[in-house]
Design a protein. Structure first.
Length: 387
């Protein structure tokens, strides 16, 4: 064997694909640290537990975009921009009205966000200040679009946004057509904070890959929505709600868990690709699910969730993740299961945009190599000679 052949063989041996890029570090970031071994989630240096207890979605969004918590003046200016951008252009609403009633909500959202780019005068402006304002615009109008999709899907007219409510309160108002209770508003604010960012997940990575080509932010976000739409990424809490409805009572929990184990099925909302211990976000949603169960006079779904959490842990020694209690919580908030992933998107828009802004600040096109495992080089055979 020649020296060149030995080198080629050694080089081929080094090229072992990392399935799903697991363990591959693809970017440096100052935005978020997800420590799966310790069960820690850090936004820009702040533990998610502190943000969940003390912050608001507006403050957290500013933090993720800018790197620091805002002072009072900065927060007031940021809120004014969020409120200003809550209105969605009429052609976008007309487009949503034109869709068949059975259009999947994430399909409608993906298309509406892409369409809204045509009505943003800053969409093709790549200056940092323009990209920042477009990020605020997308954060604001995402909730209006999601609420319109929910109401039109139910045969109702969209509700215009209000300027006197918080971001979470206005979102709930547009979804349900009435101002929310204090606990319901807090629940939405918490959902938005807890889902706003989670490192280099599939949809965020998709957004950064698109941004790295120097495409516009709307293209990056549309691609991210497409990734989130996938059943392996954004739809777990919808499946949890289906499970709760299927189980139906506390008495059915243990038999249901045993039956799933016999069939070697999956327990949706349990375990996590990153966290080896308890998901730090889950505990906050659990408490609000309890409170809203009492407020609505229908604690059954929370009670079933508690029983299932214990039964599944006893069976497979896995903790529940953020998706598990968000299912019963959003059900209490009047949000149908098929809208859960859209709610997720209305929160994660902040993380997507923060990563796009970071990518553009020190950009290099993302172009990984692949490990070819196909046939060795061969020669073309004439059609008449092929068997």
């Amino acid at each position: 064997m020649t020296a060149e052949a030995v080198l080629d063989k050694d080089h081929a041996a080094d090229k072992i694909a990392a399935k799903g890029l697991k363990g591959v570090v693809a970017a440096d970031t100052t935005i978020c640290d997800v420590d799966g071994d310790l069960g820690k989630l850090i936004y820009r240096g702040y533990n998610i537990h502190e943000l969940a207890k003390l912050s608001t979605f507006e403050e957290t969004s500013y933090l993720l975009f800018k790197g620091e918590l805002p002072n009072a003046s900065q927060l007031a200016d940021f809120n004014k921009l969020l409120v200003h951008h809550r209105e969605v252009e009429q052609p976008v609403l007309d487009f949503l009205r034109s869709l068949p009633r059975n259009t999947p909500p994430m399909t409608a959202l993906r298309s509406a966000v892409s369409m809204s780019a045509a009505h943003d005068p800053l969409a093709e402006n790549d200056a940092p200040a323009a990209n920042f304002e477009t990020s605020i615009r997308l954060t604001a109008e995402m909730t209006t679009i999601v609420a319109a999709i929910r109401r039109l899907g139910a045969g109702l007219e969209p509700v215009a946004p209000r300027s006197d409510l918080s971001h979470a309160g206005n979102f709930m108002y547009m979804l349900n057509g009435k101002a929310p209770s204090a606990d319901a508003e807090k629940a939405m604010d918490l959902i938005l904070i807890l889902h706003a960012e989670h490192g280099l997940n599939a949809s965020t990575f998709a957004a950064r890959v698109i941004a790295a080509t120097l495409s516009d932010i709307y293209s990056s976000v549309t691609g991210a929505i497409g990734a989130l739409k996938g059943s392996l990424h954004g739809g777990a809490n919808t499946e949890v709600l289906k499970t709760l409805m299927e189980v139906g009572s506390i008495e059915n929990v243990v038999p249901w868990v045993e039956a799933v184990r016999v069939k070697k099925g999956k327990f949706m909302g349990f375990g996590h690709a990153v966290y080896k211990v308890e998901d730090p976000r889950a505990i906050h949603l659990k408490e609000l699910s309890r409170r809203l169960g009492i407020e609505t006079g229908d604690p059954k779904w929370y009670d079933i969730s508690i029983a299932m959490e214990q039964a599944v842990f006893n069976s497979i020694k896995r903790n529940c993740n953020v998706d598990f209690f968000s299912a019963s919580l959003q059900h209490y908030m009047g949000i149908p299961g098929d809208m859960f992933t859209c709610i997720f998107a209305a929160s994660r828009i902040v993380g997507w945009c923060a990563h796009v802004l970071e990518q553009l600040s020190d950009n290099k096109i993302i172009r990984p190599s692949s490990n070819y495992i196909g046939p060795a080089e061969r020669h073309y055979t004439a059609l008449s000679a092929r068997t």
